[in-house]
Design a protein around this ligand. Sequence first.
Ligand code: C5P
Length: 287
Amino acid sequence: MTDVVREEAHAKLNLTLEVLGKRPDGYHDIASVVTTIDLHDVVVVGPASEITVRCDDAALGGEANLAYKAATALARVAGQVKGAAVTIEKRIPVAAGLGGGSADAAATLRALNRLWQLGLSIEELARIGSEVGSDVPFLVRSGTALVSGRGERIEPVPAPDMGRIVLLCPGIPLSGKTGALFGMLGPDSFTRKLAARIRTKGDVPAELMFNVFSSVAPRAFARWDEHRAAFAALGGREILLAGAGPSMFAKAPSKEMATAWQLLLGSRPGCRAFAVTTWDAAGGPKV
Ligand code: C5P
């Protein structure tokens, strides 16, 4: 009998984020090269009579948490009344564009699949995850992939070698953030270039990185440009918005420089900063 199951919930970075168009269901078709990074939350599940979610950041516990929605969706598919105590150790900044809430939901699906001994495949878990949130199917699998559709079509590609990446996460509140950013876009269309490059050469030239939301981020997030300028003043080049923001990231020229940037940017009021690498379940952190 399994007592508790622990799963890491890795944050994601969109290396490109392109929006192809609006769909009849109100969502958008996207094309995005996404990779998980070593920064992660920890999700622990254990047996209980009903589903509960607790988080060390108390404001995030309870039924509003995506992990709760994931657990109830999985219990429904399992076709039985199942309980579980889900505990989340939060390290990924919240509503930052790093997919933290979705990563917790994805890790909850993997963990409960083991706790409840359901024997579902990753593909089945990803399908259930798609009901919980658009980023969940990719995060169930993790690694690096070209993601399309609403987020449910996943073509894995090898983990790229990107060295150290520095992440700046200003805490800028915006309610209904992701939906708001999609709503601010005009008509756009884009390419599949980066996935092909990773497949053939394994690297990610900064000029191929792209985020459709970069053009609206300075309007959406108060003083976002100031944070970006501070990052650039330290030597950050090709600074890219993370997902629907407001976090931003750039490749660092060396491990030492990554640590220096992280310390300096992390001391900005209201900001957190991280030095990260891409991460792959099979190989662990790259670098
Ligand atoms: O799927 P999720 O709940 O994370 O999406 C949050 C919001 O972002 C949706 O309500 C929708 O407005 C927008 N969205 C979208 N197209 C996507 C993903 C999200 O329009 N592919």
